[in-house]
Design a protein. Sequence first.
Length: 148
Amino acid sequence: MTISTLLSFNAKIEAAYASLCQPILDEFSISKTAFDILMFLSEHPDRFTAKEISDTKNIRANVISIHVEKLVNSGYLQRQSVVGDRRKVRLICTEQAQPILEQGRALHQHFFPALVDGLTDEEMENFKHCFQVVEANADRLQRKKSEG
């Protein structure tokens, strides 16, 4: 496998996911990035700042800020000061965002099983193991770059 093959594989998964998200994006008139922010906050309640979203999703902070502002103005997000650290702002999904999140969760429940359809249990266990190793290596390489 070459790096080109790996990147192409990733792009195909991203494209498939984006196409399945499109009806939700159209229904609620939000961007894919805005949808990703809402889903991230819903799935990771312990990571609630724009910086954490930026770092985890590898989206530039200024792009996150633009979409957060739109989501706040649309009533899908609210900002809340973090007690003990006034520099941090907690982003919270509002009640108005719940229909988006419900559809997003349903999509997430369907998407991964559809991707791995046809793999045996043993192949799935091997896939999970390989994915964990590759992810750990990617994290290590990224840390090494940021340290050096």
